[in-house]
Ligand binder design. Structure first.
Ligand SMILES: CC(C)(COP(=O)(O)OP(=O)(O)OC[C@H]1O[C@@H](n2cnc3c(N)ncnc32)[C@H](O)[C@@H]1OP(=O)(O)O)[C@@H](O)C(=O)NCCC(=O)NCCS
Length: 201
């Protein structure tokens, strides 16, 4: 099936069907069938909740067993890579471009400044988070509900607030040192280059 037809069916029909955590629902299976033909890369068992907008989807890659939350908007002007086992609450916004802000020229006439967003493996993105262009979220991180993420998030950090700050680390004692010792940097983000994570299959 051609991408254009898959997009028409997704936005016109299947994105409106209520789905759930149950991987067997018809809506979820139809969405999965279509997004495999829409996304740049798509892992196994992705779960696309109702009314997610991702533009053409051609810059979006998703790993295995990851989800996009209901009513979320995923920017499409630069690459977005989402790892394996990523959970996402409703109404999350991931943006990949800023407008130019040079004085003296109307901002709407200035070129967009685009930058990719990369989300590691095993990340939980709470409801209504906003992730800004160019951000990398480390493996195992938690973004608290309503966080506005303006800087890279270290592995295993729990961040929240506006702008998001580290609240604690997901370790037995909550310390940054033991989070680093756990050795779970975003393995697929090497030297500033992002690559699709290894599939478990
Ligand atoms: C981030 C979260 C998981 C933290 O839970 P927790 O480990 O129980 O943390 P606590 O409630 O003990 O809070 C720890 C600190 O973080 C702060 N905090 C918690 N949630 C916050 C949020 N959303 N924004 C800003 N700060 C937050 C607390 O005020 C507390 O600060 P303090 O130590 O100065 O008092 C939870 O608050 C959250 O936001 N969950 C997201 C829920 C959601 O979006 N679900 C959608 C379905 S996927």
């Amino acid at each position: 099936m051609k991408r254009a037809l898959a997009l028409v069916l997704y936005y016109g029909v299947t994105s409106h069907i209520q789905s759930s955590d149950n991987p067997g629902t018809i809506g979820e299976r139809l969405n999965r069938f279509l997004v495999r033909r829409i996304f740049r890369k798509c892992g196994r068992n992705v779960n696309i909740r109702p009314r997610v907008y991702f533009g053409s989807g051609r810059n979006l890659s998703m790993g295995d067993d990851s989800m996009l939350g209901q009513n979320s908007i995923i920017g499409s002007t630069a690459e977005v890579i989402i790892g394996n086992d990523v959970m996402m609450g409703p109404e999350v916004l991931i943006y990949t471009s800023n407008h130019g802000m040079e004085p003296g020229i109307p901002m709407r006439r200035q070129p967009l400044q685009c930058a990719p967003v990369c989300v590691g493996n095993d990340v939980w993105i709470g409801a209504r988070c906003i992730i800004l262009p160019g951000i990398t979220i480390g493996d195992g991180a938690v973004l608290a509900a309503g966080a506005v993420v303006t800087a890279d998030v270290p592995a295993n950090a729990v961040v929240g607030g506006v702008p998001a700050k580290v609240l604690k680390y997901r370790t037995t004692n909550g310390s940054k040192a033991s989070a680093a010792a756990a050795g779970t940097g975003a393995a697929h983000i090497a030297g500033g280059n992002i690559a699709f994570p290894e599939s478990r299959s």
